[in-house]
Design a protein around this ligand. Structure first.
Ligand code: PEP
Ligand code: MG
Length: 432
């Protein structure tokens, strides 16, 4: 039986220049797996806990304690685990830190080992990671499908230094016939948008935010941003709604203060904000809205669900936590789950959250974090789960583009023999 012979973590930087972990798992046959852990800015209060050092070093954000936990406690604990059994790998990791939120050893430490072990196992079996996760971990055999990318072309909220309240303005290339064609749509609209905004607002508009979308310099608010994107879609030669639809992540916890949401110079209560979303749906081809209300507002999410037919995605509300996903399903507080592996801290639990969501006929959007690395694990996970949707930022900056590129590589590995859900992005997982 192949064994884990060493686990070694080190402190590296993420795309915002903050410390994170890179962990390498080596197996007895000489194969290895590496994983780098992402980190959010608009984090949910119930997310698994990133262990940071505090103190002065890196402004308190160092991860040397988490690194040490990998190199000592976890390396020792994992030496007797079968790396080809991801469930026992993750069970062992969870036993090593049964604290709520994995705060004792650090969810960042635990996740790095969980992911790196899966990568090493795939390598040992000479399988692509997506193939290993799908066949050996998730046990699905249906045809592969590549996701519709939800690409964040204008950044706001906690991800950019502008006055836009909405955190992410996204485009979805639903009219494309294949994933590579979808990527071309994204890139063409993105560049057209940049040129338009520079013409209108000057060269400052060229700058980008944390997730590779434009920083929105000069934009007056939500409607202005939508109109700019609509103009770019048309100018790039596409038809809004038929070829490209729109999405937002309001990340509304960040707008919420004293019972009201601060947006576009107004302070709206939940029902006024709901009316605003419904108005946006009427005016623009808006088809997916994430975190429309703050992270405890299950009832407001449910109210929105009663009044809309579009995709309502829960992120901070559910934090990829199987227990909370159950609650959101029961309370009909959405119809799609945002899946961020580091919100929960292990590969098995993330897959469990996705499975619970799909069983309830919810869509699943696999997602990056605003603080990323070049790691492409989520691209493989998305194909393995067959969710049909991936959110990984603007088509610019390596931390975002590496995921788009890994999917192009997967398309090539599959010789193009894979589905692309187009406008069925929310429900396409049903066939895969
Ligand atoms: C999000 O809110 O969906 C997101 C990707 O941002 P962050 O990683 O900052 O939570
Ligand atoms: Mg979000």
């Amino acid at each position: 039986m192949v064994k884990i012979t060493s686990i070694r973590a080190l402190e590296i930087l993420d795309s915002r220049g903050n410390p994170t972990l890179m962990t390498k798992v080596a197996l007895s046959d000489g194969t290895t797996g590496v994983a780098k852990v992402p980190s959010g800015a608009s984090t949910g209060i119930h997310e698994a806990v990133e262990l940071r050092d505090g103190g002065n070093r890196y402004g308190g954000k160092g991860v040397t304690r988490a690194v040490k936990n990998v190199n000592t406690v976890l390396a020792k604990t994992m030496s007797s685990v079968d790396p080809l059994k991801q469930k026992s790998v993750d069970d062992t990791l969870l036993e090593a830190d049964p604290s709520k939120g994995k705060g004792k050893l650090g969810a960042n430490a635990i996740l790095s080992v969980s992911m790196a072990t899966a990568v090493a196992a795939a390598s040992h079996l000479e399988m692509e990671l997506f193939e290993y996760l799908r066949k050996n971990v998730i046990s699905k055999t249906a045809k592969y499908q590549l996701p519709v990318p939800m690409s964040n072309v204008i950044n706001g909220g906690a991800h950019a230094g502008n006055d836009l309240a909405i955190q992410e303005f996204m485009i979805l290339p639903v009219g494309a016939k294949t994933y590579p064609e979808g990527v071309r749509y994204l890139s063409e609209v993105y560049h057209t948008l940049g040129t338009r905004m520079i013409k209108r607002h000057g060269r400052m508009a060229k700058h980008v935010g944390d997730e590779g979308g434009y920083c929105g310099y000069g934009l007056k608010g939500t409607i202005d941003a939508f109109e700019e994107i609509m103009g770019a879609i048309e100018e790039a030669g596409y038809t809004p709604k038929k070829d490209v639809v729109l999405g937002i992540d309001a990340a509304a916890s960040g707008l919420f203060k004293n019972g009201k949401y601060a947006i576009d110079g107004k302070n709206l209560d939940a029902s006024e904000l709901l009316e605003f979303y419904l108005e946006l749906e009427k005016t623009f081809p808006l088809q997916t809205v994430e975190d429309p209300f703050e992270e405890e507002a299950f009832a407001d999410f449910a109210e929105y669900m009663k009044k809309t037919r579009i995709q309502v995605v829960t992120d901070d509300l559910t934090v990829s936590n199987p227990e909370i996903v159950h609650r959101a399903i029961e309370e009909k507080a959405g119809n799609a789950l945002l899946l961020k592996v580091n919100q929960i801290g292990s590969v098995t639990e993330a897959i469990e959250a996705a499975t619970i969501a799909n069983k309830a006929d919810w869509g699943v959007v696999v997602s990056h974090r605003s603080g990323e690395t070049g790691d492409t694990f989520i691209a493989d996970l998305c194909v393995a789960l067959g969710t049909g949707q991936l959110k990984t930022g603007g088509p610019a900056r390596s931390d975002r583009v590496e995921k788009y590129n890994r999917l192009l590589e997967i398309y090539d590995v599959l010789d193009g023999k894979c589905g692309y859900p187009g406008s069925d992005f929310r429900t396409a997982w049903r066939n895969y």
